[in-house]
Design a protein. Structure first.
Length: 292
């Protein structure tokens, strides 16, 4: 059984940021401190990292009751780490649950706009690289093309209009997670991100994309393998065949102007200086949201 730090903390109305980790010791402390400075609590879900990430997390938790740690027996995968964190946050009663990579690519300074959008919409919010104002730093042209192509593939086959289906920087209200049967999720790794998003859409949950500046990892090595990418590509048609694309759903654009690097970034759907317009995520066909 995983070991879980259970220090009693007041969670009502608060946000928990879930950090799945495996060999992220060089990045962890600065990231946790930055998240705590945004008035969010942290749950580190560590897969028995041989570099001592789990021990560092325990030390941080020992001096800060807003930092929690779950130790798992081994490298069990990104998807199961997200599920473990989402379940733990739900059990503890947090209002908002955020998933974030622990490698420094997801910046805590974007938490403010993401959480504001979640409170306003009541739905899932994605920190998006691919809406107007979003960007990627540190990737070569091949990696950018691969990511763009993967997202186009997801949008086309699933019949949705989410621009960044593979972003792991997300916010889920607790009531959304309580509506989704996490036991029905069959994928792991990065395919998990696609499946959970699709299941939220099928359940009629609104989705908002907020532009972020994605920075390639600061230290360590990438966990994304060719096998992970292949699994994700194979999952998409399976989801499509299970049930036709969701209909009557929408991706609500983010705030009209969000400051990124000192530049006012306009959200998708905005015309001129007017208010942001909703961006429809309705497919071309298919039944309404899955109520089963």
């Amino acid at each position: 059984m995983p070991k879980v730090r259970t220090t009693p903390i007041a969670t009502q109305g608060r946000t928990l940021v879930i950090l799945p980790t495996f060999n992220e010791r060089p990045n962890l402390e600065a990231l946790v401190l930055a998240i705590r400075s945004e008035d969010c609590d942290v749950l580190v879900v560590d897969d028995n990292s041989p570099d001592g990430t789990g021990e560092l997390a325990d030390r941080l938790a020992g001096s800060d009751p807003g930092v929690l740690v779950e130790h798992r027996a081994g490298k069990l995968g990104l998807g199961s780490a997200h599920i473990a964190g989402l379940r733990r946050g739900t059990e503890l009663g947090y209002a908002l649950l955020v998933t974030m990579d622990a490698d420094g690519s997801h910046q805590p300074r974007h938490l403010g706009p993401i959480l504001a959008a979640a409170r306003r919409s009541g739905g899932v919010v994605i920190g998006s690289r691919y809406v107007r104002g979003g960007s990627i730093v540190g990737w070569n042209a091949r990696r950018k093309l691969l990511s763009h192509s993967a997202n186009l593939y997801c949008r086309t086959l699933l019949g949705i209009r989410v621009h960044d289906c593979t972003s792991g920087y997300r916010c889920y209200p607790r009531r959304v997670i309580e509506r989704i049967d996490l036991d029905r999720i069959v994928s792991d790794g990065y395919a998990f991100l696609i499946e959970l998003l699709y299941r939220c859409l099928k359940a009629g949950v609104p989705v908002t994309e907020v532009p972020i500046r994605f920075q390639d990892r600061i230290a360590g090595t990438s966990k994304v393998s060719t096998a992970e990418i292949t699994k994700a590509l194979k999952l998409v048609p399976r989801l499509r065949w299970q049930r036709a694309a969701p209909r009557g759903l929408e991706v609500v654009s983010a705030d009209p102007e969000i400051e990124l690097n000192g530049i006012a970034a306009r959200s998708p759907g905005q015309a001129g200086d007017g208010a942001a317009s909703p961006v429809s995520a309705t497919g071309d066909g298919g039944p309404g949201p899955d109520r089963s």
